[in-house]
Design a protein around this ligand. Sequence first.
Ligand SMILES: Cc1cc2nc3c(=O)[nH]c(=O)nc-3n(C[C@H](O)[C@H](O)[C@H](O)COP(=O)(O)OP(=O)(O)OC[C@H]3O[C@@H](n4cnc5c(N)ncnc54)[C@H](O)[C@@H]3O)c2cc1C
Length: 317
Amino acid sequence: MKLMREKVLEKTGFKGPVFYREPMSRHTSYKIGGPARIFCLPQDVEDLKKALIFSHEEGIPYYIIGNGTNLLVSDEGFEGMVIKISGVFNGFQFSGEKVIAGAGTDLCHLINQAGKQGLFGWPFAVGIPGTVAGAVVMNAGSSTLHMGQHVQKVWALDCKSLEFVEMRNDDLQFQYRKSILDSGKWVVLEVELLLQREDPDKIFLRIEDLLQRRRKVQPLNYPSAGSVFRNPDNAFAGKLIEDAGCKGWTQGGAMVSPVHANFIVNFNHARAIDVGTLMARVRKEVEEKFGISLEPELKIIGNWPEELEEFLRPYKG
Ligand SMILES: Cc1cc2nc3c(=O)[nH]c(=O)nc-3n(C[C@H](O)[C@H](O)[C@H](O)COP(=O)(O)OP(=O)(O)OC[C@H]3O[C@@H](n4cnc5c(N)ncnc54)[C@H](O)[C@@H]3O)c2cc1C
């Protein structure tokens, strides 16, 4: 009966692929996560509107994802509709030292294409595996440089009114790994970003150098979602975790990476509960040793066992 009601999404005229009980492990860089009740890939703005209207009318919660590289989805999965904005909404156009890029554009692809035009300017973003929208919403970057410094404008769809909105940098309230856009109220559709003109040959040497540096300091041979915890004020989460002696700790198939202590990697078919439990253990150890309470940087989705729910609830999407 439930399934029949859900099949109505196709009956709204939604053109893109729709999957039911789709394992989120297929759509996260962690390769972890139980099923999404509905998983859909809108092909255009009309499709996106149909999915949102369906979600409102059926009372089904929705969650927008890009490349799923900053997500931890529970083993139980998400009792709602996951709307993936990646693979479509991915055109881009350069104009002078600006680019207008679709939300689903792969960030690394855009950096390479910009390089060919003799445009660069986001060294911190080289190697970040997300979409343009994911990077803007999360204000992705390093400890000092971030995407928000380069955003001019964002065009988005208001998820409630389904009206288009144009937001300027000042409206977006960029902070460390945060923006007003991560409230779930809007779907980012397009972004205008500033670049800098540089010699293309130098750009590609720089890109290769930055990628090599990442390979040295990040455990890229195992699935992960990047840094697990936010850096607290005036400190580095990775350094605190290392100094607390947590490097190499394991829980099921999850491990605090011996390469970079703020990465918890999926080294052997880890479940979400393994990652969540390890996060809670690390957080407790750092708190006991240094009196600092680490906060997750990852976006957390789905229902969790009671012992983790209290810790993870404030960070849930
Ligand atoms: C190996 C590795 C290295 C990484 N290195 C870095 C790093 O150096 N710096 C850094 O900051 N991060 C890093 N990350 C984390 C991650 O790649 C970034 O946060 C990235 O910007 C997330 O983009 P995404 O498209 O995967 O977003 P997702 O993980 O899919 O989503 C992230 C958030 O953005 C929202 N979102 C996505 N698309 C839209 C949209 N169109 N409209 C509205 N909301 C949207 C989602 O709802 C969610 O809240 C790393 C991850 C990995 C796996």
